[in-house]
Structure formats: C-alpha cells, structure tokens
Design a protein around this ligand. Sequence first.
Ligand code: PEP
Ligand code: MN
Length: 339
Amino acid sequence: MIIVMRPEATKKDIDFVVKKLTDYGFKTHLSEGVERTIIGAIGDERTLRDKPLSSLPGVEKVVPILKPYKLVSKDFKKEPTVINIKGVKIGGKHIAVMAGPCSVESRELLFEVAESIYKSGARILRGGAFKPRTSPYSFQGLGEEGLKYLREVADHYGMLVITELLDPRDLDLVAKYADILQIGARNMSNFRLLKEVGKAKIPVMLKRGMCATIKEFLMAAEYIASEGNYDIILCERGIRSFDTETRNILDLAAVPVIKNVSHLPIIVDPSHGTGRRDCILPMAQAAIAAGADGLMIEVHPRPSEALSDGDQSILPENFDVLMRRVRVIAATIEKHLEE
Ligand code: PEP
Ligand code: MN
C-alpha cells in the first residue's frame, strides 16, 4: 500500500506516519518526489482495518498497490529513477554504455580494451572476475586478481567498474573493487543473493533470467528494493527459445513493457542476447530506439583468442561505430550519451 502525503505535509507529519506504520509492524520506504512524499508500506494490510491512516495529519490518500511488485512499480514512484554513480547517470535522459571483455583475462588486455572504449565514449568498464560457466572445466575467472585489474584500469581512465557477484560470500570482496554489482542471468532467482545485495549500499545491475517472465524479473528487483537498495538497473539479455540461430531471443519489447510499469532504468545486452557478432550493432541501435537507458557490450581486440564469449565480442573499431550511431539515435529521442 502507498500513503500519498499532501504537498504541504511537514517532516513531522511524515515521521509520524512512518512511526505509526512501524508500530503496526510495517516496513516503510520513502519516495521523495518534487511535489510530495510517498510512503510505501509493506506488511499485513489486514492489521490496518480499524486504524484509519487517511485521517492522520498530512495524509492525502491511502492507495493499495495491486501489482505484486510494489517498490519498483510506477504506482510507488512516477518519475523515472536516475542513478548517479560518481557523476555518471543512468536513467531518464541519460544513456550509459558498459563495455569490455567477457572475462578479465589479463591486466594488459584490460588496458588495451579500456583505452579504446574510453576513447569511443564508454564510461563503465565491464569484465567478469568470477565467471558463471556452463562447464566446471571452462575458465572460471581470475577472482580477486581480476578485480584488482578492473579497479586499476578503470581508475586510470576515470571509468566505473561493473562486475558480476556470483556468491553472497564474496559480497564484501567484490564491493571493495566494483562500483556496480552485476547479478547474472543464472542468479536472477537466487533470492538469498538478491537480499544480500539489497542490504548493500552499492548500485546493482540485475540481469533477466533466461527463463524468467517480465513479472518474475520485476519481482527479483523487488527483492533487492525491499531490503532498502533502490539503485537498481535492470538488464534485458535475452531469453531461451527453440531457435538455434541466435544464442537467445533478445526481447526488446521488454523495454517499453517494463517502462510502462516500473520507474527503474533498463539497459540491453545484445552480446548475450544474440551471441552473434553480426547482430550486435543492429540490436544495439534498436535497443536505444526502443527506449533503453543503456547498453552492455562485449568488446575484444582478438575475439578468436578470447577465453570466453569470443563469438559475440566485437572489435574496438566496430564498437566505435556503434557509439557514433547510438549518439545519433539518442539525440532523435531527446536523450544523450553520458560521456
Ligand atoms: C556476463 O555479462 O558476463 C554474463 C555472464 O551474462 P549473463 O548473466 O547475462 O549470461
Ligand atoms: Mn560473456
């Protein structure tokens, strides 16, 4: 349920409503809009039957949220969420691009990739240090060594770091080096992990599970928000299908569908979404045109030597073309690339 406060409600009024709700056993979440404050209350609504909240000072109305996801829904917060990470914004009119190799393979490779993608305008460096591989015998990532390289290289160019967190036991370690924690498709329904990153004070990018419906995707985001972390970026990365031509079906319609019901920013990953180098540019263009708030792109200077996902990695020069196109498309829909 949400409690909409009057525009003239004072801080004392808001604190009083929050206290009442807490006393009744509710968890509260504040959304401070330009005009008014909205209080999200999660708990057993039956306990409120004989307690008319709408007559408390400063309360304009009490509205039930019918959707199963509440804090991430537009009912709770109308304006799009803009996440500001060290000055790089994602959401609203700001498009942010994350790029880099699938895995952190070596310090040298990371410097080489970062130098070129930075020049092309990317401000967020990606790379897996802990890799979720289908086979236990495939390269599993460099672990903390990889995290150190990501931080060193990103700091050298003034970029942010996004990297995957696979296990709640590594949260403190990964958070020490990363600016954004990536929750991978295989972990979208790892509710314990979602709760742990929800308690952390660091932005999270949640990838859609390969078999997840849009509702399940938003419910996973709700797990994170319900623990108090609202800095959530959603990422559409394709879902499984019967067709083998592409690695996944990149569900671009998920972008407008989610934007209709949620205030969270959503980016698109055409690399994992298609698994094909020749599909990255057209699908990246389409994603931005469809309203995505950003992109995640795998870039490798020698894809045939990549330790993972070489087939879907594009060359730095092709990434440069992609960024030029994105700038043009963004401008036509009154958005801009964060540079
Ligand atoms: C990745 O981005 O490195 C990754 C493993 O992606 P996904 O979780 O979408 O498969
Ligand atoms: Mn990959």
